[in-house]
Design a protein around this ligand. Structure first.
Ligand SMILES: C[S@@+](CC[C@H](N)C(=O)[O-])C[C@H]1O[C@@H](n2cnc3c(N)ncnc32)[C@H](O)[C@@H]1O
Length: 251
């Protein structure tokens, strides 16, 4: 019997949804086991073969190696504990919200968040910064990367001319609102599809002030110093200095 096309499509969509839900469930379950192993050192851990402990990353990072990357997404940095709201890849170690990390106070040697804070709802921004402060050991660094509002404004002013906008205008707009597409594909308003996901745009003085308000010291703008940042590279034809990089320290 031939299945009608609309039904086939509906079944395919349903299958994709179930697969996604199963991936999330699996990632969350592994994250829970990992966090329990790291924080509680349970008796059963000794029964798990060493190869499985290594494969599942069940050994807790030692003091000095506790570098945490929040909002790692698909591009977590090597050498960091990767945290995200969703287990996008097997590389995500902990599935959690950045403002509710399942690690004790003063646990982390560094917290890094690359293009994540612009996704935090404004009412939760200060509590998130204060939470990171509490999770860092004294003297440890917080490093934030986020789109630079001043660079975006300058790029927008240049791209939108009196004789009509050039194509870069739509790429800049996509970076402001966070449509999440590659800038090369943003050639018209019609290309800005889907729901934008940025809640805030920061400038250097604003972000530095917020960090000082949260209790951080030695707050400095270190933009352009991070050779690993793929955002700076990807966006350089559209926005000069897209990535605002700020470093601070818990006293
Ligand atoms: C624009 S992506 C950046 C991904 C990666 N850091 C990069 O630079 O390519 C933002 C990431 O932050 C994550 N994220 C947003 N809000 C978060 C929160 N409250 N806690 C943890 N992760 C969050 C998203 O799920 C997403 O993976």
């Amino acid at each position: 019997m031939r299945i009608p096309r609309p039904l086939r499509r509906a079944l395919r969509t349903r299958k994709r949804k179930l697969e996604r839900r199963a991936r999330i469930w699996r990632g969350e379950a592994i994250s829970r086991v990992r966090v329990a192993a790291w924080m509680k050192h349970p008796w059963w851990l000794r029964l798990v073969p060493a190869s499985t402990r290594e494969r599942m990353r069940l050994e807790a990072p030692r003091p000095g190696d506790r570098r945490v990357e929040i909002g790692a997404g698909f591009s977590g940095r090597p050498g960091y504990v990767h945290v995200d709201l969703l287990p996008f890849t097997d590389d995500i170690d902990i599935v959690a919200s950045g403002d509710d990390l399942p690690v004790p106070a003063q646990w982390a040697d560094e917290i890094l968040a690359v293009h994540m804070i612009e996704h935090v709802p404004p009412p939760q921004l200060m509590t998130t910064l204060q939470h990171w402060y509490s999770r860092l050991r004294p003297g440890a660094a917080l490093v934030l990367h986020t789109p630079n509002g001043a660079a975006l404004g300058a790029a927008m002013a240049t791209a939108g001319t009196e004789t009509g906008e050039d194509e870069r205008y739509w790429a800049v707009m996509s970076a402001v609102y966070g449509y999440g597409h590659h800038p090369a594909d943003m050639t018209s308003a019609a290309a800005l599809k889907g729901a934008p996901d940025h809640k805030l745009v920061f400038t250097s003085p604003l972000l530095r002030q917020l960090l000082a308000d949260a209790g951080f010291v030695d707050v400095e703008d270190v933009s352009g110093q991070d050779a690993f940042c793929h955002h700076t590279r990807d966006w350089s034809p559209y926005v000069d200095g897209l990535c605002l990089e700020v470093r601070a320290r818990r006293p």
